[in-house]
Design a protein around this ligand. Structure first.
Ligand SMILES: Cc1ncc(COP(=O)(O)O)c(C=O)c1O
Length: 371
């Protein structure tokens, strides 16, 4: 089991913890901008589209508007970006299964790029977004990703060629290929094999007389939780080298990071609401849990947790506040002896936390404060 190293907590966050009701999320604005900058530097030839689903807080959208593009899937996400004055030319939708009403609204707003992976979607896009640039979602290996996205999306090579060719016969402009290696992907070879697979589709489509110009390499870039991850620069270098080899010239590269832009900027601040000893184990109950913020723990995510009290550490089973037994965040968490009201700080909580949270059982979704 990986060793949990307590994180140093920024003063701004611990000060807020003294005056604000928990649970709440803090987002370090400067860190979000630094992460974006890191992407831009490591992949200077790529156009970045922040996957808004990772954290759709309007202040993040506003902060990134004018600096980057956005990837969206719903009318609510579209409305938010339009309210933040994001140009529709900077918005794309890579969900290959979209509702007709969303396609209509996005098309009417001026969004020009849409993914697809079925004949039905070609029909819908032809009817509701004629003239759009469309890109096929290729099925690629997600082996080695903590939160796989395979199965529900994507087609194999032959079908991808058929769908792009079909799209070229309608009022659409087939422009490229996309894939997603799965979220929190720690195996950079998945991007390599996905790019190579895209090249095969690209060549086959060209033989059918359809010329593509865009490759969208999706998201999936990992962030630091407890387990060690390959350094970002290493992943970016492997991807860049593979792109230069497989797609040497004249191809626009899109990239859609979500987690890697906002994840490490977030610290979730919670309070201990109860402790118990059950079947020889120490249980620690927090006011945040699986349903109101830490949904990804059911996919095996393990967060680094730090308390504001010192002392010899125990191993705890850490659970959320609801009446559901699924609401267990983590086993074997090393924390000192804690009392009701003590604060527990959960690191790397900026992505897919408040975005996923529900008010199940009446527990509040954490508010977000920007520090
Ligand atoms: C189409 C698409 N693009 C990008 C992302 C962002 O992925 P990540 O947060 O792993 O970077 C997702 C996540 O679900 C996605 O579905």
């Amino acid at each position: 089991m990986p060793i949990q190293v307590p994180k140093a907590l920024p003063d701004r966050v611990t000060r807020l913890a003294q005056v604000r009701k928990t649970p709440f999320l803090t987002i370090d604005k400067k860190m979000v901008l630094r992460k974006l900058d890191q992407f831009q530097k490591a992949m200077p030839d790529a156009r970045i589209f922040y996957a808004l689903k990772a954290n759709p807080h309007w202040r993040i959208a506003k902060m990134l508007a004018g600096r980057t593009g956005f990837e969206i899937a719903s009318e609510e996400e579209l409305d938010l970006l339009l309210r933040c004055r994001v140009s529709p030319q900077r918005i794309i939708s890579s969900n290959p299964l979209k509702s007709p009403s969303f396609i209509k609204a996005a098309h009417a707003a001026g969004v020009k790029y849409f993914a697809f992976d079925s004949p039905d979607e070609v029909e819908k896009l032809s009817e509701f977004a004629p003239g759009s640039n469309v890109y096929v979602r290729l099925s690629v290996s997600n082996e080695g990703s903590r939160w796989p996205l395979a199965g529900k999306f994507g087609v194999e090579t032959a079908e991808a060629v058929e769908l792009l060719t079909r799209a070229s016969r309608g009022p659409l402009v087939p422009c490229g290929i996309t894939f997603h290696v799965g979220s929190q992907c720690t195996n950079e070879m998945l991007w390599v094999s996905a790019i190579e697979k895209s090249r095969l589709v690209w060549n086959a489509v060209e033989r059918e007389g359809v010329n593509l110009w865009m490759l969208n390499i999706g998201g999936g870039f990992p962030i630091e939780y407890i387990e060690s991850i390959p350094p970002f620069d290493q992943i970016a270098a492997v991807i860049t080298e593979t792109l230069r080899r497989e797609f040497p010239t004249g191809v626009e590269i899109f990239v859609e990071p979500g987690r890697a832009v906002v994840g490490e900027a977030g610290i979730l601040v919670s309070s201990v609401i109860a402790t118990a000893r059950r079947n020889g184990e120490n249980w620690l109950y927090l006011d945040v849990g699986v349903f109101n913020g830490l949904m990804e723990s059911i996919g095996g995510f393990r967060y680094s947790m730090t308390a504001d009290r010192d002392g010899p550490v125990h191993k705890w089973v850490v659970a959320g506040p609801s009446c559901d037994s699924l609401d267990v965040i983590s086993n074997g968490v090393e924390l000192p002896e804690l009392q009701i009201g003590d604060k527990v700080y959960i690191s790397s909580a900026g992505a897919y936390t408040t975005a996923y949270a529900s008010r199940f059982n009446g527990f509040l979704i954490p508010k977000t404060y920007f520090v």
